[in-house]
Design a protein around this ligand. Structure first.
Ligand code: UDP
Ligand code: MG
Length: 338
């Protein structure tokens, strides 16, 4: 019987110093597991010898495959390409900078065997500077308050995804990808495995403060349109205040007469019209928000399981072969060989 295939999705951008070490670690970590493995490297337009190192591995072993970008497109693009090219019934996404400890692989696979669609490796933030810890904590707080998806601090891209989760992610074809949000958006059963934070040894992190900031903005903007609603509220508040101003000033004019001619009418008009304009902008914003959500063309729902099929939808469900095999073994039947 053919062993079920698991894909390692390995995005690499200028990681020449780490490729071989990572491959060795993965091979030694997986050699006793009842699976076959595929090592799918995504070279994200590296300018060092990353691609050469990958090609060297691919030359000597059939289970190494690679995709190489024409230039640097970013890790999100690399992961999307990896999910598209992965052949495995499950995919393990892992950084190639050795910060994701390979000794977790067996636990991730155990989670998968227990039937979870997402097995998440969660890190603590040990060894990170206070400042960066403060910023990440604030980011998660704001994100969870403002957006429609829940995010967990420390849960990144290091995770195992079942074929169903991979297909769900691929069905989200939006351009501006914010994976952390997407993993949470698709739902499906998940479990976590925790590990100690590992600091980078070779090469350096590709994150600068500015890119982290724009990443955070991306995250907030791709999962909510609430900032647009702010206009509506501001407009309403301004209109209300202008009414109060008009009312109070009008009373004082009746009592004391006009002090500066024309002042009252000008200020009232400016305040009131300003409020109305803001409010109208808010209404337009609501429509833009809706258009924004529609253009992402996200599926309306993701199925976890069902015992019926929609005749109008082509079903591409994959039942992991080893699980049906596990079942037959439990029932004391013969292993099916093919
Ligand atoms: N990476 C990538 N494209 C990029 C930047 C990073 O494919 O434009 C890869 C990188 O090679 C590594 C992973 O994404 O395998 C995480 O990158 P990094 O270590 O810079 O991020 P950090 O661990 O600091 O979050
Ligand atoms: Mg890293």
């Amino acid at each position: 019987m053919e062993m079920p295939l698991i894909t390692f999705l390995l995005p690499a951008y200028n990681e020449g110093e780490n490729i071989h070490e990572l491959y060795e670690q993965l091979v030694s970590e997986t050699k006793d597991l009842y699976y076959s493995f595929e090592y799918l490297f995504i070279d994200d337009g590296s300018t060092d010898d990353t691609l050469d190192k990958i090609k060297y591995l691919a030359f000597y072993s059939d289970d190494v495959r690679y995709v190489s970008f024409s230039r640097n497109f970013g890790k999100e693009a690399a992961m999307y390409a990896g999910l598209k090219h992965a052949k495995g019934e499950a995919v393990i996404i892992m950084d190639t900078d050795l910060q994701h400890p390979s000794h977790l692989i067996p636990s991730l696979i155990k989670g998968y065997e227990a039937g979870y669609h997402q097995v998440i490796a969660k890190r603590n933030r040990k060894g990170e500077s206070r400042c960066s810890q403060f910023f990440t904590r604030s980011f998660y707080q704001i994100m969870n308050k403002w957006s429609d998806v829940a995010l967990q601090n420390g849960e990144g891209d290091f995770r195992l995804l079942s074929r169903k989760a991979v297909n769900a992610l691929l069905s989200l074809s939006e351009g501006n990808r914010f994976s952390k949000g997407l993993y949470s958006w698709i739902g499906l059963s998940q479990t976590t495995v925790t590990y100690e934070n590992v600091l980078r040894e070779n090469g350096k992190s590709k994150w600068k403060f500015s890119s982290l900031l724009s990443y955070a903005l991306d995250g907030m903007l791709s999962f909510n349109t609430k900032p647009l609603r702010l206009c509506c509220y501001l407009g309403l508040i301004t209109i209300l205040m202008s009414f109060i101003y008009i009312f109070i000033t009008f009373l004082s004019i009746i009592r004391n007469g006009v002090e500066v001619p024309g002042y009252f009418t000008t200020i009232s008009a400016v305040l009131f019209l300003g409020g109305v304009q803001l409010f109208c902008l808010g209404i337009i914003g609501e429509y833009i928000g809706r258009i924004y959500n529609e253009t992402k063309k996200r599926p309306h729902y993701i199925l976890e399981e069902s015992n019926t099929t929609d005749p109008n939808v082509e079903v591409r469900e994959i039942i992991p072969p080893h699980r049906s095999w596990d079942l037959s073994e439990k029932q004391g039947k013969e292993k099916v060989t093919s």
